[in-house]
Design a binder for this molecule. Structure first.
Ligand code: B12
Ligand code: SF4
Length: 554
């Protein structure tokens, strides 16, 4: 069906709207495009997936639809992670004028099915599909939607409802991670215990040729700012801090540090107000280098996700950067580093790729994501590959997620080998560096030792807050890891032992006591988790239904 031209909905702000993410369960193979190796999890999907019971497991809500809901005045329900049944029931229980479906490309099969269900169960509803799935060039022929929205969705939805698209952006209250579990233990959901997500902007002006988030919001030189200035951002963060009782923020901005004026103004305001916040950010190496280590620490940067791509790649963010030196330096200042390395770049061959993976592993980052070089619709890379006739056209989109096999013909590496090298990279990182939890503990201790006596009370407060985990539960975890690795990887076990001794030297009473009391329980739960995973246990996020401006229709 041909999508309709953009027009305002006849009911305007009185239209009743359902915004839904795609249905689960996700971590299983099915005909709609779920895949066991593609769970709805960040770390276990693409970062710690080879770390067994030490893998960090958690879910993240669908922030795009939460942002849209918060910024329109129409009655609106958000349905997050529904089952097919829950989606059907929501459609029949409430009459919706508009059904919005949010998806990424890999889940296009689910979008197709959801559109079919809407046509059948709620035939009067207008179907709007948004999110990265809209980047598929011929999406119109694959899904039966009335509108397929490319790019930023808040302004689109406001326009569609006849509202002011330039009105200031209200930020929803978002708890960043949900149902976190590690070593077989589910962490308690304590108010303020988990960071809040804050989304200052979408897109990235760097425009790397493979990057879908950059291209989706305009490509090189373009991005969409929700909060232009440090003052605006500070105000939003203060509001969230007060309501969610958090000190910690997951800043969902592709390259937060690139916007130096905003970041430095934020720092100024944080200093004035005595805010001792922790920020987890994404940043490119060249952007990080625009700051001194002290500035980063003052800003509360405690975790940074940094694209390393490859030591020999030509991406401008790495030019002139000595990546190993930078990661070591960050960790010495208590900043946890999550590296991201691409497998299967154009210059990779079976002869050089092992060496490149070894250098990536050698950076000893706290976390390491490995991802296949993947031409994704909408990106310059995709266009280039299509022009060269190198795209594999018979692949199911559900298998194009960067964690399986190439979706293009590589000059030197076969499809089968792409998976072998990818899997080997995860394995090698784990074998060489041990569990990410251990590496994080190491960085936390370094930060504490360096800054515990710093003259700025904001800095002292932050490190003291972080170290409380290290001298208690995390030390018990070190005790377990040391034992678990003794037989299988002596070198890692010895390194963990050394770190545990250092932690116990720093906190002789508390750390020892918790290791002795909590350690055996954690050891038991770790082993139980290993057995469960061996039997194929997977995890699924719960379903959420949230209504805003809601009036029930009788
Ligand atoms: C959080 C996140 C996740 C979470 C899940 C979130 C969820 N509940 O679905 C987790 C960690 C589980 C995850 C998993 C995966 N993810 Co992910 N993820 C992200 C991340 C980091 C943030 C998304 C976000 O909230 N952004 C902020 C919001 C505001 O932006 P947005 O979602 O794009 O929404 C805006 C518009 O798109 C639009 N919009 C969105 N929905 C709708 C709906 C309607 C009706 C309308 C009108 C508009 C609209 O309006 C919003 C406001 O402007 C993005 C990267 C990024 N920076 O965006 C990757 C990203 C979305 N993920 C991606 C991928 C590939 C995956 C995985 C396949 C893992 C992998 N191998 O990389 C898995 C898939 C899991 C699965 N089974 O589905 C890709 C998608 C690529 C593509 N072109 O499809 C991205 C872009 C990362 C990347 N650069 O490669 N992911
Ligand atoms: S720097 Fe990162 S977010 Fe920005 S375009 Fe490159 S890969 Fe994308």
């Amino acid at each position: 069906m041909k999508p309709k031209q953009m027009e305002t909905h006849p009911k305007g702000s009185h239209a009743r709207i359902l915004l839904s993410s795609v249905f689960g369960p996700y971590a299983q193979d099915d005909e709609f495009g779920s895949r066991t190796i593609n769970p709805m999890e960040l770390y276990h999907n693409q970062v710690t997936r080879a770390q067994g019971s030490f893998s960090l497991r958690m879910f993240h809500r669908s922030w795009g639809i939460m942002m849209i809901q918060e910024n329109i005045s129409a009655p609106c329900s958000v349905l997050d992670f529904p089952t097919r049944k829950a989606f059907a029931s929501e459609l029949t229980k409430n009459h919706y004028d508009i059904v919005g479906i949010s998806s990424i490309i890999v889940n296009v099969g689910k979008v197709r099915e959801m559109c079919r269900m809407v046509r059948e169960l709620s035939p009067d509803s207008v179907i709007v599909v948004g999110g990265h799935v809209a980047a598929i060039p011929d999406a119109e022929t694959m899904i039966d939607a009335d509108h397929i929205v490319r790019g930023e969705g808040i302004s689109w939805m406001r326009r569609y409802l006849g509202e002011d698209e330039h009105a200031p952006i209200r930020h929803p209250l978002i708890v960043s991670g949900l149902e976190t579990r590690i070593m077989g233990i589910r962490l308690p959901n304590r108010k303020g215990g988990t960071a809040a997500t804050i989304i200052p902007s979408v897109g990235c002006p760097m425009g790397c040729n493979f990057c879908t988030t950059s291209s989706f919001f305009g490509g090189k030189g373009k991005f969409v700012n929700f909060y232009e200035t440090g003052d605006e951002l500070f105000e939003v963060m203060c509001g969230i801090e007060a309501k969610l009782k958090v000190h910690s923020f997951f800043v969902m901005d592709e390259n937060f540090l690139l916007h130096r004026t905003r970041a430095m103004r934020l720092l100024e305001l944080m200093k004035q107000a005595g805010k001792s916040w922790e920020l987890s950010i994404f940043a490119s190496a060249n952007a990080i280098r625009k700051y001194t280590m002290l500035e980063l620490v003052e800003l509360g940067v405690s975790w940074v996700w940094m694209g390393l791509e490859s030591p020999r790649s030509s991406y401008s963010k790495l030019q002139g950067e000595e990546v190993g030196q930078l990661t070591r330096e960050l960790r010495k200042h208590g900043i946890r580093v999550q590296g991201s390395t691409i497998i299967g770049l154009e210059h990779h061959t079976p002869d050089n790729i092992v060496g490149e993976i070894e250098s990536a592993v050698g950076y000893q980052t706290d976390f390491h994501q490995f991802m296949l070089y993947t031409p994704v619709p909408g990106t310059p890379l995709y266009k280039e590959m299509a022009e060269q006739g190198r795209l594999l056209t018979d692949m199911d989109p559900a298998d194009i997620h960067g964690q399986f096999k190439f979706n293009f013909r590589h000059a030197a590496i076969s499809r089968e080998d792409s998976k072998r090298f990818l899997d080997w990279a995860f394995w090698r990182d784990f074998e060489n560096n041990g569990p990410s939890l251990y590496r994080m503990c190491q960085t936390m201790l370094l930060g504490w030792q360096r800054y515990k006596d710093h003259p700025d009370p904001r800095i002292r407060e932050r490190f003291a807050r972080e170290v409380k985990k290290l001298n208690s539960a995390y030390n018990a975890a070190l005790w377990v890891m040391e034992r678990e690795f003794k037989k299988v990887n002596r070198s890692v076990s010895e390194r963990i032992h050394k770190l545990r001794r250092e932690v116990e030297k720093e906190f002789p009473v508390v750390a020892r006591l918790t290791a002795a009391s909590l350690g055996p329980i954690l050891w038991w739960s770790t082993r139980r988790e290993e057995r469960r995973l061996a039997k194929g246990r997977t995890y699924e996020p719960p379903t959420f239904v949230e209504r805003r401006n809601w009036v029930s229709v009788s």
